[in-house]
Design a binder for this molecule. Structure first.
Ligand code: ADP
Length: 181
């Protein structure tokens, strides 16, 4: 399956993506994780991305799209993927359509993780990542509302919406239910 996960920061996409990837036997591709891996290895991409991540801003589209294009070209992504944290802007969504169209493929579904901002701030503060300070979290939420939430319209014909408040197991069950799996 080819799936995109959309939801505000802290909605639990990463946790669910891991579980879904295992069950569906496709790779979990998280742009946040790819950026953090680059950061850890101090690659030029990581050094560039860090400036934006620390401020809660989006890394520029060309950088992000180039990274995802390369990742999707790897052999393990041929059979499908769970994209977590990408696309996050309209240009990224259009680029993804282009990448898939070139391969003669398309997305099966876009899973929306629905959760209120107030619920997630507490979760994120407990996570202890360096970009999980309250100011940066608020900024990421604002960026989500401004740049990413409009994608729900763009993908209206393939959105599957899931209530993301509950236990990890409950939410996984809801996702597979909603996907008819
Ligand atoms: P969260 O969903 O909790 O914000 P992520 O790990 O998905 O965490 O993202 C962390 C940061 O990585 C973002 O705030 C942003 O700076 C950068 N990032 C991740 N994905 C993208 C993307 N698709 N486009 C631009 N920047 C991104």
């Amino acid at each position: 399956m080819r799936l995109v996960l959309v939801g505000p920061p802290g909605a639990g996409k990463g946790t669910q993506a891991e579980r879904m990837a295992e069950r569906l036997d496709v790779p979990h591709i998280s742009t946040g994780d790819l950026f953090r891996a680059n950061l850890g290895q101090e690659t030029p991409l990581g050094v560039e991305a860090k400036k934006y991540m620390d401020a809660g801003e989006l890394v520029p589209d060309e950088v992000t799209v180039g990274m995802v294009r390369e990742r999707l070209a790897e052999p393990d992504a041929v059979k499908g993927f769970i994209l977590d944290g990408f696309p996050r802007t309209a240009p990224q969504a259009e680029a993804l359509t282009g990448i898939l169209t070139d391969q003669g493929r398309e997305l099966d579904a876009v899973v929306e993780f629905a959760v209120a901002d107030e619920v997630v701030v507490q979760r994120l503060l407990g996570r202890g990542r360096s970009d999980d300070t309250e100011d940066v979290i608020r900024r990421r939420q604002q960026v989500y509302r401004d740049d990413t939430a409009p994608l729900l319209e763009f993908y209206a014909d393939r959105i599957v919406s899931v209530d993301a408040v509950g236990s990890v197991e409950e939410i996984t069950a809801r996702v597979f239910d909603a996907l008819g799996r």
